[in-house]
Design a protein around this ligand. Structure first.
Ligand code: HXC
Length: 268
């Protein structure tokens, strides 16, 4: 689907995306690139990175991939540094890396719980912290009158309670808290905007195929106010909007992009 935004609204920006090589993260990489940004992708799997970078390059987007695990502080530091070395600066950080699996709470080991917290919550904090010095107004290579931008990909499952998702609910609740607290501290001190997006069920993603068995996946449409699952494009357009100057007064918000699902209840 064509973007409703002008193709140059992110022109000259440099964006680093964790988990930017697949799923929702890759669609954000693509749309940021199509709107003028240069793209650095961080991920654990080299084959995924290589494939994503060549796909972006074939669209004429300047892109580079760096192997790394957000759970390792040294990887976070190395990849942020490598991005700035490659493109000369950093304007946008997107935290899209996430881990997930369905498991009843009583069968989840503390290490399983910790693993998802480490990827989603601690990983997001680590990346933000390593990127901070470059996102400041006077960060290396930046000549901007405003600070940079951070986008954290969250979820809606912790707004209520979700079956077999205690670890992810806790992790995404923490991500939302990071978004608000960093928006307050770094917005005040450095003019850096920090926002989130909370996607609902998005078609053609690991999240949907892994977390919703096909029969439920087909049935879910009956419960959706808009009667359809979302597209990765919907999340990416929200990301482009928030990252662009159109969103310059939006700070500390987690934008729900779920077609209204989280507030819906069965019809009676
Ligand atoms: C129970 C499990 C488990 C499972 C792992 N564990 N998978 N427990 N059921 N299916 C436990 C392990 O037993 C272990 O604890 C601990 O978690 C670490 O497991 P490892 O396999 O060693 O971890 P690792 O190799 O680092 O893998 C991380 C992962 C994996 C999260 C477990 O699934 C992963 O990386 N997946 C790819 C990313 C992904 O899932 N993307 C989709 C995101 S969708 P013990 O105690 O045995 O040592 C998404 C949507 C959210 O985020 C919103 C939804 C609406």
């Amino acid at each position: 689907m064509e973007s409703p935004f002008k193709a140059d609204i992110l022109k000259g920006k440099v964006a680093l995306l964790t988990g930017g090589g697949s799923g929702i993260g890759f669609e954000i990489s693509t749309q940021f690139g199509k709107h003028g940004a240069s793209i650095a992708i961080m991920g654990r799997r080299k084959t995924v990175l290589d494939h994503a970078v060549s796909a972006l390059n074939s669209l004429g987007i300047s892109a580079v991939g760096f192997e790394g695990d957000v759970r390792k502080r040294e990887d976070a530091e190395r990849v942020v540094e490598a991005t700035v070395k490659h493109f000369g600066k950093l304007d946008i950080l997107v935290n899209a890396a996430a881990g997930n699996f369905l498991v009843p709470a009583e069968d989840l080991s503390p290490n399983g719980f910790k693993t998802v917290m480490d990827i989603d919550s601690v990983g997001t904090f680590t990346m933000c912290r390593e990127a901070l010095k470059y996102l400041k107004k006077d960060g290396a290579g930046r000549s901007s009158s405003s600070g940079g931008f951070i986008l954290n990909i969250s979820a809606t499952l912790h707004y209520t309670a979700s079956w077999y998702q205690i670890h992810v609910s806790a992790a995404k609740a923490a991500v939302d808290a990071l978004t608000r607290n960093l928006a307050l501290e770094w917005g005040t001190d450095y003019d850096i905007r920090v926002n989130g997006i909370a996607p609902g069920p998005i078609g053609d993603t690991a999240g949907l195929s892994k977390l919703l068995p096909k029969e439920i996946n087909n049935k879910i449409r009956e419960y959706l106010p808009l009667y359809k699952v979302g597209e990765k494009w919907d999340i990416a357009m929200a990301a482009v909007y928030l990252a662009s100057d159109a969103g310059k007064y939006i700070n500390g918000t987690s934008l729900i992009v779920d077609g209204g699902l989280w507030l819906s209840a069965p019809r009676y």
